[in-house]
Design a protein around this ligand. Sequence first.
Ligand code: SF4
Length: 210
Amino acid sequence: MNKDKRIAILSRLREANPTPTTELEFSSPFELLIAVLLSAQATDVSVNKATKGLFAAAPTPSAMLALGVDGVKQHIKTIGLFNTKAENVIKTCQILQDQHGGQVPENREALEALPGVGRKTANVVLNTAFGWPTIAVDTHIFRVSNRMKFAPGKNVDEVEQKLLKVVPAEFKIDVHHWLILHGRYTCVARKPKCGSCIIEDLCEFKEKTE
Ligand code: SF4
């Protein structure tokens, strides 16, 4: 795909949704970190249902530590992998408390050192809580980037590097949300909704649906 087409796609996505953001509900970097940690292999809707009560009971690392692993489990047991996630939440809170003064560090290395936090989660937190131009590649972004030939790559790391290279600076902060939302609601996995896609004329997928 050439540069002009990519810019046209991004411009159109921006026009349709000028201020995109995550569908996870949060009111602080700490809540965003925990919500993203819980969202692995779970929908944002299911995470939001669980975090409503969890964040009301424990909006800070120290309050989460007071809740303990079993207390966290009570709030998140409707989410997949809740046992491991509850343990990671508590271990993460302990590190935040001991090493970062109870704050979420604005630092990739420190974020990736937290239990249950990988590159993707760190990218989301750096982007959405701190405004860094990082691009977290999840299953939706991976699929959409390859399908449209927007930023093809064999794995999520390759797609991330390609996106960082080809997306102009003015679009970098928001591209992650535009592509996720496009993949979640229009360019869906099984049968993309090409007939109602706002970038259909620009997309280079060869097997478009009606
Ligand atoms: S035209 Fe179809 S394949 Fe291309 S981006 Fe739109 S929904 Fe996806």
